[in-house]
Write a protein that binds this ligand. Structure first.
Ligand code: FAD
Length: 393
């Protein structure tokens, strides 16, 4: 088998990159370890920055998002018994975010790719990467018991945090930076109307809480939990009681509860890989970096990586500009570290760290300080809607 760009992973990064390159006449093959149903069963992000929305439109996979997605012009931060709205639109000169689930984005991209007839191989086992430091990289994988070789010009490693791509980078060339947080997020999806029209982030002595949504009938709620907690420790009743106890009284009173249709615990981590290019292999999205979900940046950072690689590839194949591929890491990392900072900051000011009362007082002061001035609110808003993408030139 032969292609121009071999893409490992059919998450949002791989599918979006594949679709954009295909529309430019660049041939791609996507290799995915799991089945499409398994990929679509994962409940993850839901807040899309404008940059992601624009890229999905460019990929011609935005029709359903444009119909069913909800534009949000603000969100709230609750602390010290009060609720402060961050007016994204007013503070950023008209910018907003789109609430539309990652599962739906992935489904739309899968459908768009299927319609183009481009090759995607699901349930590709034992994917192995070879010769990235030569002009002829190669991937081997097993499909239906048969070992298949895929020859390509470039490899895009879009296979998430646990994928094979980052593991295949030469050990003496890769440097990683990591912070693991001493708590997790317990998330519940329920077929209930959201408690509010906009997201609510809550700092409470009992721990962080987030009221989010996927649609007007589907809610996503989170509470900070211990890393040692097990899903079985959390009955629906316990979850709703805990969530209510962390929200301002007027919000808790409005909360409509119901049976959970998905419940999971996710650890929180900050992680960055430098560089993101190794010979002819590029790391994209979660394969290269992780943020704690507090700033809603994970999926959006994947999108800015895709934007950079897509334009560098397009100009390479269409204009012979190979220099831009060399700049991929530097361009991506400048934006990644800023999003890492914002995600770390949001996590630091909103969670309960080891019941440390001094820390809690500092958090209250910091939240009060930032939300009491237009300058403070603006810095939160401009990071939340997403910092601009750097031009690839
Ligand atoms: P992924 O979505 O991880 O996709 C990688 C794909 O590669 C997968 O389909 C995987 O099966 C495949 N793969 C892995 N290994 C191999 C292999 N060896 N061979 C072939 N294929 C392979 N972000 C937010 O912004 N907000 C949130 O609320 C949020 N919540 C999250 C909750 C959870 C539990 C998790 C795990 C993440 C969350 N994120 C959130 C982060 C966000 O979902 C990710 O940033 C996003 O999925 C990154 O997309 P990706 O395509 O780079 O990686």
């Amino acid at each position: 088998m032969k292609t121009q760009v071999a893409i490992i992973g059919a998450g949002p990064s791989g599918l979006l990159l594949g679709q954009l390159l295909h529309l430019q006449g660049i041939d791609t093959v996507i290799l995915e370890a799991k089945s499409p149903e398994y990929v679509l069963g994962r409940i993850r992000a839901g807040v899309l920055e404008q940059g992601f929305v624009d890229l999905l439109r460019e990929a011609k996979a935005s029709a359903r998002m444009d119909m069913e997605g909800h534009v949000h012009e603000g969100f709230s931060m609750c602390f010290d018994g009060r609720q402060q709205r961050v007016d994204l639109k007013a503070l950023t000169g008209g910018k907003t975010v789109m609430v539309y689930g990652q599962t739906e984005v992935t489904k739309d991209l899968m459908d768009a790719r299927a319609a183009t007839g481009a090759t995607s191989i699901y349930e590709a086992e034992n994917v192995q990467i070879y010769d990235i430091d030569t002009e002829h990289p190669r991937i081997s994988f097993i499909k239906n018991g048969e070992v298949i070789q895929l020859h390509c010009d470039y490899i895009a490693g879009c296979d998430g945090f646990h994928g094979v791509s980052r593991q295949s980078a030469p050990k003496d060339q890769i440097k990683t930076f990591e912070r693991v947080y001493p708590f997790g997020w317990l998330g519940v999806l329920s077929r209930t109307p959201p408690v509010a029209d906009e997201l609510i982030y809550a700092n409470h002595p009992r721990g962080f809480a987030l009221c989010s949504m996927r649609s007007s009938t589907l809610s996503r709620y989170y509470v900070q939990c211990a890393l040692t907690d097990n899903i079985d420790d959390w009955s629906d009743e316990r979850f709703w009681d805990e969530l209510k106890s962390r929200l301002p009284e007027n919000v808790a009173k409005q909360l409509v509860t119901g049976p959970s249709i998905e419940k999971s615990i996710a650890p929180l981590r900050s992680f960055v890989t430098e560089p993101m290019k190794f010979g002819r292999m590029f790391l994209v999205g979660d394969a290269a970096h992780i943020v704690p979900p507090t700033g809603a940046k994970g999926l959006n950072l994947a999108s800015s990586d895709v934007y950079t690689l897509y334009h560098a590839m397009r100009k390479h194949y269409q204009e012979g500009r190979s220099d831009l591929l060399e700049k991929y890491s530097d361009i991506c990392l400048r934006r990644i570290w800023k999003a890492e900072r914002f995600s770390w900051w949001m996590t630091s000011i909103l969670h309960n760290f080891d019941d440390d009362e001094f820390n809690h007082r500092i958090q209250q002061a910091e939240l009060a300080y930032y939300t009491s001035s237009e300058a403070g609110l603006t810095t939160i808003a401009e990071n939340y809607v997403g910092l601009p993408y750097e031009a690839v030139e």
